[in-house]
Design a protein around this ligand. Structure first.
Ligand code: HEC
Length: 250
């Protein structure tokens, strides 16, 4: 390798490495907050059903999921009747898309920002971010809504689940100079659920959001295993055949 191509090679590697480092720093940066691991299980149908119910009760008023039809819910073990009776809270039909109840113009006027569609939100933000976000609202008198959020600073969404979680306050906003923010949230007014129950509630909700964003994930995993088994069998058969064909030649 001559000197100039060596230099080019090195520059490429170093810039590549820098990109990777910058990328991970950007990912890790959630306003200096460490994300909690979302304890979700996409194969747990009971959890998905609870999550779907929470989503319909607490989120669909402001957020739509306009790329998803209600009949998707029959894939998490619910019958059409159950979906119609318990999960469709408007006069929508089972084959309709989950459109938002709130008029986007009103939403813009009330919140300043229209609540985004949540069909594929879990793919955009990831399960851990959502799980942490829904548990990180705190009281902030400076905000119009009265709420702020540790992972989404100055968020326009009010804490719609505060009756369940209760109210949190932020403690010790600033760390020592040169150190990361050290901000912890303390529960000042308990809600209807205990902290453990609220964690379960949000985990179920996030489980459902992940399913909604990628409903075929479980099927793909099953097909993947099927393909592996098939390939393994095909390998054994092909090897046996090869032995058979070459037997007389060697
Ligand atoms: C009262 C209306 C309202 C309700 C009800 C509501 N939200 Fe929101 N939500 C908002 C608004 C407004 C925003 C936009 C916030 C911003 O950009 O500052 C938002 C933003 C979000 C975001 C961040 C979107 C992004 O990536 O930028 C998520 C996630 C979210 N909401 C989830 C939920 C979930 C889950 C529920 C149900 C528990 C819910 N919301 C219920 C109004 C609402």
């Amino acid at each position: 390798m001559n000197t100039s191509s060596w230099k080019k090679w090195m520059t490429r590697w170093i810039s590549g490495l820098l990109l990777v480092v910058a990328g991970s720093v950007a990912l890790a940066n959630q306003g200096g907050v460490k994300l909690d691991h979302a304890p979700i299980d996409p194969s747990d149908k009971a959890s998905l059903q609870r999550g779907a119910q929470h989503f319909m009760n607490y989120c669909l008023t402001c957020h739509g999921a306009q790329y998803v039809r209600f009949d998707l819910l029959t894939r998490i073990g619910l019958t059409e009747d159950q979906v119609k009776k318990n999960l469709i809270l408007t006069d929508a039909k089972i084959a309709d898309y989950m459109t938002v109840v709130l008029n986007p113009k009103d939403a813009k006027a009330w919140f300043g920002v229209p609540p985004p569609d949540l069909s594929v939100e879990a793919r955009v933000r990831g399960a851990d971010w959502l799980y942490t976000y829904l548990r990180s609202f705190y009281r902030d008198d400076q905000r119009d809504s009265g709420w702020n959020n540790l992972v989404f600073r100055q968020v326009a969404m009010p804490h719609v689940l505060y009756e369940l979680q209760g109210e949190q306050d932020i403690k010790a906003e600033e760390g020592k100079p040169g150190e990361h923010h050290v901000a912890t949230l303390v529960l000042t007014k308990p809600g209807k659920l205990s902290p453990k129950e609220y964690d379960q509630f949000t985990a179920d909700l996030v489980n459902y959001l992940v399913f909604m964003a990628e409903p075929d994930q479980q099927t793909r995993i099953r097909i993947g295993y099927g393909v592996m088994v098939f390939l393994a069998l095909a390998f054994v058969i092909t090897r046996a055949l090869k032995h058979e064909y070459w037997k007389d030649i060697h």
